[in-house]
Design a protein. Structure first.
Length: 402
């Protein structure tokens, strides 16, 4: 972000200064590509994380109906009872453990849910253990709250596998929270039920909170999602984050939630009452409708992303010098470009300049992804096809020169 200078520019808070250079560089290629795209240039954006699919029309209609019914006023701080009941029923079914609506708190998006949960649990200077590669958005939250990131590596060369030993090695006396994301962004990795159960045991024994970000829970290709809530033997320290952005193509509606113990939900209510003061009623009505009328829709979404995933992985396999592991879930494919470029940043810059295709450099997700780029599946095959034609030509050209 460009930092503008003015007579009061030295008078911003420490929090604002910690965020000054947040994610600088990570989005440089994407931002440049968007500018070119918007000025009418022939550029393919494989760097976006926003689904290209429309929000289901019936959900849009539910939102419009709610607006016409006057659902435009302050909502209860925890969220509308009807939506919380719907979420609690889904969680009960998915986990096999009863979930009470008062254990659910609704937020304007999963990002805000994570921010609110961490603000409620972690003091400045304390640590959160988190896997790398990691969703880029966590970084800004850690910085805003002055939380120490204590990262451990997923095995990038081994299918981004998760290791309990790596988590344990990252825990220190400063650690307050362990945070995992399954299915994962950017790697599409899934943490096995037995590992989630063992992780929950470790966290409970050590007096740590365990957060599981499950926003891709509905976009699984091989086996149904296993929630931390299902895997964990005890739920006192367990926090689930989920939302509608990805599954229902509702990024702009801003709707997410947490599922926690009742005691933590009460604390979250205190926090969110002083910061958000409730989410839009009509958005919550549309969300409740979406979650109760989505079986066919979600199957279609899953199938669409599966077709795209298979297409991308086949194209990558056919390009000498590029490699990828087939993701089990999610909306992204990580491509190993080490045979072609010094790192993913160089690859992404050159690919945009030479071929007009934008991908995200892996470094933004963690040091262990320096040699990777992330390709998004949020584009239809008729965009992926010409984009990969260009990538293939670019790699062939680059290889010929080296
Ligand atoms: C892992 C992960 N968590 C959370 C979010 C943010 O979701 P929301 O749009 O609900 O804030 C994203 C968005 O890309 C994500 O990938």
């Amino acid at each position: 972000m460009n930092v503008s200078v003015g007579p009061f520019s030295g008078q911003f808070s420490q929090l604002s200064r910690r965020l000054e250079d947040e994610a600088q560089g990570v989005w440089a290629v994407h931002d440049r590509a968007c500018e070119r795209f918007e000025s009418g240039e022939d550029v393919y954006l494989l760097s976006v994380g926003d689904p290209d699919l429309p929000t289901p029309p019936r959900v849009v209609q539910a939102g419009i109906d709610a607006l016409h019914k006057g659902r435009t006023h302050y909502a209860p701080g925890r969220g509308e009872p009807c939506l919380r009941q719907t979420i609690a029923d889904i969680e009960t079914r998915a986990s096999g453990k009863p979930c009470d609506p008062d254990e659910v708190v609704v937020f304007p998006g999963a990002t805000n849910a994570i921010y609110s949960v961490l603000a409620t649990l972690v003091n400045p200077g304390e640590g959160v253990v988190v896997a790398e590669p990691m969703y880029i958005g966590y970084e800004g939250i850690f910085r805003a709250l002055d939380i120490r990131k204590q990262s451990f590596d997923l095995d990038a060369d081994g299918g981004f596998a998760f290791s309990l030993a790596a988590v344990e090695a990252a825990i220190t006396p400063e650690t307050r929270v362990v945070m995992v994301n399954t299915p994962g962004n950017p790697a599409g990795n899934v943490i096995a039920e037995a590992d989630l159960r063992a992780l929950a045991d470790i966290c409970r024994e050590r007096g740590l909170w365990l957060i599981c970000d499950e926003v891709y829970s509905m976009i699984t290709f091989d086996a149904p999602h296993v929630s931390l809530r299902r895997a964990a033997a005890s739920l006192d320290n367990v926090i689930i984050i989920d939302g509608l952005s990805k599954s229902h193509a509702m990024t702009g509606w801003r709707l997410g939630w947490s599922v926690t113990s009742r005691a933590l939900a009460d604390r979250l209510l205190d926090f969110t009452s002083s910061t958000i003061f409730g989410c839009c009623q009509f958005v919550q009505d549309a969300a409740a409708f979406a979650l109760t009328n989505d079986e066919e829709y979600i199957q279609g979404v899953r199938e669409e992303y599966r077709v795209r995933r298979d297409y991308v992985c086949e194209r990558v396999a056919a390009i000498p010098g590029l490699q990828c592991q087939v993701p089990a879930a999610g909306m992204f494919v990580m491509i190993d470009v080490r045979a072609i470029a010094a790192d993913g940043t160089v690859f992404a810059q050159r690919l945009l300049d030479a071929a007009g295709v934008s991908v995200l450099p892996g470094l933004g997700f963690g040091e262990n992804c320096r040699g990777y780029v992330r390709v998004s599946l949020a584009q239809p095959i008729n965009v992926l096809r010409p984009a990969f034609d260009r990538i293939a030509a670019f790699v062939a050209e680059t290889e010929g020169k080296s």
